[in-house]
Design a protein around this ligand. Sequence first.
Ligand SMILES: [Ca+2]
Length: 401
Amino acid sequence: MKPASKSAPGRDVRRLALKGLVAVVLALVGLAAFGFVRHRESRRRAAVGSSDGALCEAGISAARRAQMSPVDTATDAPPALNNTPAPGPTPQGMIWVPGGEFWMGSSEPSFGDARPWHKTYVDGFWMDKTEVTNAEFAGFVKATGYVTVAERKPSAEDFPTAPPENLVAGSVVFTPPDHPVALNDHFQWWNYVKGANWRHPEGPLSSIKGKENHPVVHIAYEDALAYCKWAGKRLPTEAEYEFAERGGLDRKPYAWGDEFRPDGKFMANTFQGHFPDKNTGEDGYVTTAPVASFPPNGYGLYDLSGNVWEWTSDWYRPDYYKTLADKEELARNPQGPNDSFDPGEPGVAKKVHRGGSFLCTDQYCSRYMVGGRGKGEPDTGTNHLGFRCVKDVSARTGSKG
Ligand SMILES: [Ca+2]
């Protein structure tokens, strides 16, 4: 399904972005790589005017329109998870997720768009045990010749107002300042870098050599769809993602339970130190970690929290949960709203991201907590955004496009 807006969201977004871009000269050994900063005044205004965590790395803003609706775990009925075994042989690299009824949402005060808690049902499905890795994505590219969005030169037809010199293939890369900065302006640490793509995560001089087992990044929505289709799979819905991430637990703040660091142990690749200028990497990683470097959750799935954000097939709206909760009947296999709305950037259609990343910190964006919702434009990848696929028991409607 497409958003209500008649225009193609990706083109509009990139057109807007290119309108406001600012050339940035990056001194890279022997190369004058430059990029542009995507400047959107609406986003900046939203950031400055917001007080509760404002913008997260990929432009995730804490929308606060949904009303607070805490769940009393003592009185509300616990979820009724299915206990059906896998209906057939488990595809290689995947895990059976039984599905069932669960509470979806979050009580985290800054996650306004993850309320109210609402009961949701999803059918069982198989899910990739880990995020799709560089090696797996390379296999797809080798077999199909696929070229990702970040590797394609933006065309003058798509961006008629952009200066020709700005029409360069690239992607958005986290480039931290060397000093503390105010957290209300993410242009201080995000730059559009020429030549950044899945093969060169930090820019043209970086590579994925030795990172074959890291999650692939700089993946746009259509790139993820293309991979999943090739693999005979699809992207998870937001509800499937959350069901899987909870690992059978009921309304816990983390995929593994109640504490961020049980017995002092790091359970996910997140950000330690002072955001964004000083990442101490206390958990062992300052960027991506090899998949499955941290313990699996209750279903045996890895890195659904932290490491890289992951695409889901749902459009983003901050009021979607309220819409579902207001209905009398249980939401069964919800597929997301029919259109997208982000109060921070009205008119820009976005898909839901889930899971948080190696850049998530409680100082700024703690969305490695279960239920935390991210969002992003379908044509925009970053070096902390990847994906994984799911597979239906039988052919059901595939991912929405
Ligand atoms: Ca880390």
